[in-house]
Design a protein around this ligand. Structure first.
Ligand code: F6R
Length: 243
């Protein structure tokens, strides 16, 4: 078991600023960095801080690549609740990634298994992920790897739990159901990244963070697979670190 580096800061704003600076420094050190990106509430402020650093002239993403963790199956990329739309709104429209260099699983339709395999291949062709950003679900999920996901899983279509569907329902237009499945990088795909940054804020995530690193690794808590990685940096606020 390898211990993560843990940075505990006062509040979510301090965490987001520190994570944005960490990412900016990684890009400055390696302009051809390949990033693994996440969506969700936690990352809105982080991307806003990263865009602010970019606008100050801190770095360029012109040579970088990015692969998002996950996307809903069956949603068009321009659907308001797709992760593609989220990424455009919060990051891609504001920075200088080259066209096609920042990708998500393309699973609006067609052969989903083939699209997942192609995504794994694209990550491998890019030389693997240098820096993977991760959030955590209240149930310990990482990406959309829900409890029960094998630690060696790869990019694939997964069923979303009722709790994940209800947590994400706010992003959908009123009356529109959250898709029952998504494509997600697997836990094995995530563990292949050379560095992993896990961001955890809020008292509602304290139990998940505690289970991830203070209980025996188990597929009941997907984030506990991070024990197997030698280069994990956790950024959390005091509320999340409460347990
Ligand atoms: C999003 C993702 C999810 C979220 C997690 C936390 O791409 O992969 O695992 O990181 O659900 O979401 P928030 O930040 O909304 O609490």
């Amino acid at each position: 078991m390898t211990e993560p580096t843990i940075t505990t800061l006062e509040d979510a704003a301090a965490v987001s600023s520190a994570v944005a600076q960490h990412v900016a420094q990684a890009i400055q050190a390696k302009p051809k960095l390949t990033l693994g990106l996440a969506t969700g509430n936690t990352f809105r402020a982080i991307y806003a801080d990263l865009v602010a650093l970019y606008e100050k002239g801190g770095f360029s993403l012109a040579q970088a690549k990015a692969f998002n963790l996950d996307e809903y199956v069956g949603l068009a990329a321009d659907h308001p609740a797709s992760f593609a739309t989220y990424m455009k709104q919060h990051l891609f429209n504001h920075v200088d990634f080259a066209p096609g260099a920042a990708r998500l699983p393309e699973v609006a339709g067609g052969d989903i298994a083939a699209a997942c395999a192609a995504y794994e291949q694209a990550i491998a062709t890019a030389g693997g992920i240098d820096l993977q950003l991760l959030g955590i679900g209240r149930n310990g999920h990482i990406g959309f790897n829900e409890p029960g996901s094998p630690f060696d899983s790869r990019t694939r279509e997964v069923a979303l739990t009722a709790s994940t569907q209800s947590a994400n329902a706010v992003d959908f237009p009123p009356g529109e159901a959250v898709p029952p499945t998504a494509a997600t990088m697997g836990i094995g795909s995530i563990l292949d990244a050379r560095e992993i940054v896990l961001v955890v804020t809020g008292a509602h995530k304290a139990e998940a963070l505690h289970r991830a690193f203070h209980a025996d690794p188990s597929i009941d808590c997907p984030a506990s697979a991070l024990h197997r990685h030698h280069n994990v940096h956790v950024f959390c606020d005091k509320a999340a670190a409460g347990l």
